[in-house]
Write a protein that binds this ligand. Structure first.
Ligand code: P6P
Length: 323
């Protein structure tokens, strides 16, 4: 029986083709391991008491669902020992996580939203993990803020896991975007979407229209145009699920600034920038409404940013409506 191309085989072939060092082979293999563990827990969350609030709040004062914490710990525990990282940052952690002294350290920093959209878990809507990797800038024994506060253009690897009707790993290292689907019966990610490209225009727009009275940009003008063009509305309230559907089918996702979130709601470093790297590698675009998202130089780790992302022509059209 032809197994298909496993993630491991694909990574080894990519490494051989590009003459790469194998750093990403190690890191992506462990990201896949973390994804399998998280997938198992997400898929049985309804059966065990991993739901409900832990009574803790994350750094932003939001109630932390147990699975958020669990996913954060899984990534830390699987990636700390790869020998490729010097530090990590996460939506679930206030500051920098330094790789422990007793672990081998490497030249990359890893940023993550370990489980985005977790409020959807107990209603069985797809959720995801988002990750981003940069080469460190500092040279000392520990990671510094400078290593993390880099424009998205500097990313060397980015991607996401989506825990839905199937579990997928989608990533880029700048050599195109590739998707792998988990075969849970053998616990292996198999190449299912090689060299993903997103259509230049889509029929889908994704935005929370409940906020249309408080948008601080003229996004309403774009939405009116989208409706005139007979686009259809699809919005799950789960960034990875909305992004992934639009990546494959074509479409545009918008989370603009509004009077409640004047900098936007989504996080620059571990939500918008990694998805922007993926979408640009898939021939799409990502913008703040005024500038390419990947050109933004972060000021702090948990910085928020307005996000317009998806099919290139749709994003360009939406930008024209931003005052
Ligand atoms: P709203 C989930 O909490 C999240 O961070 C993203 O996954 C999602 O796109 C967004 O917030 C939904 O926000 O304000 O529309 O509920």
């Amino acid at each position: 029986m032809e197994l298909g191309t496993t993630l491991t085989r694909f990574l080894i072939e990519q490494q051989r083709k590009s003459g790469a060092s194998g750093d990403f082979t190690g890191l992506l293999s462990e990201i896949a391991t973390a994804g399998k563990i998280i997938s198992r827990e997400v898929n049985k969350a309804g059966l065990i008491d991993l739901l409900g609030y832990k009574g803790k709040k994350n750094v932003h004062g939001e109630d932390v669902q147990k699975l958020d914490d669990f996913a954060n710990e899984v990534f830390i525990n699987t990636l700390s020992h790869t020998g490729h990282l010097i530090g990590m940052a996460s939506e679930e952690m206030e500051g920098i996580y330094q790789i422990p002294e007793n672990s081998q350290k490497g030249k990359y920093v890893f940023l993550m939203d370990p489980l985005d959209g977790s409020s959807n878990i107990d209603v069985n809507i797809s959720v995801g993990s988002i990750f981003s990797i940069y080469r460190r800038k500092s040279t000392g024994k520990q990671a510094t803020m400078e290593d993390f506060l880099q424009p998205g253009r500097n990313q060397v690897c980015a991607g996401y896991l989506i825990y839905g009707s199937s579990t997928m790993l989608v990533y880029t290292t700048g050599q195109g975007v590739h998707g792998f689907t988990l075969d849970p019966s053998i616990g292996v990610f198999l190449l299912s979407h090689e060299m993903i490209t997103t259509p230049s225009r889509g029929k889908i727009y994704s935005i929370n229209e409940a906020y249309d009275t408080i948008w601080t940009e003229n996004i309403g003008a774009y939405i009116d145009q989208a409706k005139k063009e007979k686009k259809t509305a699809r919005y799950l309230g789960s960034l990875v699920a909305d992004f992934h559907r639009n990546l494959l089918k074509g479409g545009i996702f918008l989370y603009p600034a509004d009077q409640k979130n004047p900098e936007g709601k989504l996080r620059l470093l571990y939500e918008a920038a990694p998805l922007a790297f993926v979408v640009e590698q898939a021939a799409g675009r990502a913008s703040t409404g005024h500038a390419p998202l990947l050109d933004i130089k972060p000021k702090e780790i948990h910085q928020r940013i307005p996000l317009i992302i998806g099919s290139a022509e749709d994003v360009t059209q939406a930008e024209k409506c931003c005052s």
